[in-house]
Ligand binder design. Structure first.
Ligand code: FNR
Length: 360
C-alpha cells in the first residue's frame, strides 16, 4: 500500500507511479511548450494573503451555494475525460467521492462510463459538460438525456473548436477508447496511420462553427441553466452576459488548448469586474492548495473546480483517493480561513489578497 500523501501534489507522484506513462502523460500534459500549464500554478504563487488577526474563528463555515444548490465547500470537480484510463471504476468512483463530500461533479461528455451510469450512483448535484458536435441532433439527444437523468446544469465548453496540440500524446501515439455516451448513436472508431486517435476523434466530432449566436439554439432545447466554460477576457464575459448564460467559468482548459493563454487566476478579476455581479463566476486551472482557493475567492470567484488533482487521487487510490483530495483541499481552505480571520466564505474579500497590481 502506497504511503498516504500529505497534500494533493503527493497524489500526483503516486499517480505517476501507478499509471502507464502514456496515460499519466495524457492526464498531466498541456499544450505545446506547456507555458500556460506551469503558469496556471505559478501565478497563484505571486499572490499573497493579507490576514486579519484576533477574530473569532472558533467555527468555520465552508458551505456555499452554486446556482441555488447548497454544497459543503466551494470546491467542485471539473469535467475531465476518460477516467477509466486512471482507474477501472472510472467516473463512477469519482461520482461516489463527490457524493460523499457533498459537492458538485461536472461529468465530461467524453466520459468512459455513460451519463446514465454516473447519474445512478451520484447522490449529490451533478452537471453535464457539453461539446457541441457537428451532428447537432446527437448533441440535442445528449442534453435531453442529461436532463432526464437529473443533471442540474449544462456546462458548455467554449475553448475547444479544435483539439489542442499535446505533444506527449502525439509522441506516445495514445489510442483512447470510443466515446461511451455516443454508443448506438455514432461510431467514433477512427482509422489512424499508427498515430494517436485523439486529435482526429475530437476534430471529427466537434463543430468548430458553433458560436455565441448558437447559444440561443442550446437554450431552445433545454430548461437547464447554462454555464459557459473557457472565458478569459472581459470581452467574452460581456458576450456571455449578452447571450444570457447563467454562469461563467474562467478556464483555459487546464492549459491543454491554447498555449500562452493567460493563467486563469491572473484574469479572474478582469472577468469579475466585467460581469459586475450579474451572474456567478467560477475558476479552474492550477488549483492545488486551500490557499489557492482562498485567493480565487478573494478575487471574486464564487467557487473553484479542480481537474488533475481529482484524477491523480483516482489513479492512486480510486474513490478513496478522490475523496482524500477533496478533503485535503477543504481542510487546507479551512485552515487558511482560520488564519486569515474569515469564519465563512462570504467573509473572504478583495482586501485579503495582494496581487502585483496592488500598491505594495
Ligand atoms: C480536461 N478538461 C476538460 N474540460 C472539458 O470541458 N471537457 C473535457 O472533457 C475535459 N477533459 C480534460 C481531461 C484532462 C485529462 C484534463 C487534465 C482536463 C479541462 C478541465 O475541465 C479543467 O478546465 C482543468 O483540468 C482545470 O485545470 P487543473 O485543475 O487540471 O489544473
Amino acid at each position: 500500500m502506497a504511503a498516504e500523501p500529505v497534500n494533493v501534489n503527493g497524489f500526483q507522484e503516486l499517480a505517476r507511479q501507478a499509471l502507464p506513462k502514456m496515460y499519466y502523460d495524457f492526464f498531466a500534459g498541456g499544450a505545446e511548450d506547456q507555458y500556460t500549464l506551469k503558469e496556471n500554478e505559478e501565478a497563484f504563487h505571486r499572490i499573497t494573503i493579507q490576514p486579519r488577526i484576533l477574530l473569532d474563528v472558533s467555527s468555520i463555515d465552508l458551505s456555499t451555494t452554486v446556482l441555488g444548490y447548497n454544497i459543503s465547500m466551494p470546491i467542485m470537480i471539473a469535467p475531465t475525460a476518460r477516467h477509466k484510463l486512471a482507474n477501472p471504476s472510472g467516473e463512477i468512483a469519482t461520482a461516489r467521492a463527490a457524493s460523499a463530500c457533498n459537492t458538485i461533479m461536472v461529468l465530461s461528455i467524453s466520459s468512459t462510463c455513460t451519463l446514465e451510469e454516473v447519474a445512478a450512483c451520484c447522490n449529490a448535484v451533478h452537471f453535464f459538460q457539453l461539446y457541441v458536435y457537428k451532428r447537432r441532433d446527437i448533441s440535442a439527444k445528449l442534453v435531453q438525456r442529461a436532463e432526464n437523468n437529473g443533471y442540474k446544469a449544462i456546462v458548455l465548453t467554449g475553448d475547444s473548436p479544435r483539439h489542442g496540440r499535446r505533444e506527449a500524446d502525439i509522441k506516445n501515439k495514445i489510442i483512447v477508447p470510443e466515446l461511451k455516451n455516443l454508443e448506438g448513436l455514432l461510431s467514433t472508431k477512427i482509422v489512424t496511420d499508427g498515430g494517436s486517435n485523439l486529435d482526429a476523434l475530437a476534430n471529427w466530432t466537434r463543430d468548430p462553427s458553433f458560436c455565441w449566436e448558437d447559444i440561443g439554439w442550446l437554450k431552445s432545447i433545454t430548461k437547464l441553466p447554462i454555464l459557459i466554460k473557457g472565458v478569459l477576457t472581459q470581452e467574452d464575459a460581456m458576450k456571455a452576459l449578452e447571450v444570457g448564460v447563467d454562469a461563467i467559468i474562467v478556464s483555459n482548459h487546464g492549459a491543454r488548448q491554447l498555449d500562452y493563454s493567460p493563467p486563469t487566476i491572473s484574469v479572474l478579476e478582469e472577468v469579475v469586474h466585467a460581469v459586475d455581479g450579474k451572474v456567478p463566476v467560477f475558476l479552474d486551472g492550477g488549483v492545488r492548495r486551500g490557499t489557492d482557493i482562498f485567493k480565487a475567492m478573494a478575487l471574486g470567484a464564487q467557487a473553484v473546480l479542480v481537474g488533475r488533482p481529482v484524477i491523480y487521487g483516482l489513479a492512486a487510490k480510486g474513490e478513496y483517493g478522490v475523496r482524500r483530495v477533496l478533503e485535503m483541499l477543504k481542510d487546507e481552505l479551512e485552515l487558511a480561513m482560520s488564519l486569515s480571520g474569515c469564519s465563512s466564505v462570504k467573509e473572504i474579500t478583495r482586501s485579503h489578497v495582494r496581487t502585483k497590481h496592488d500598491h505594495l
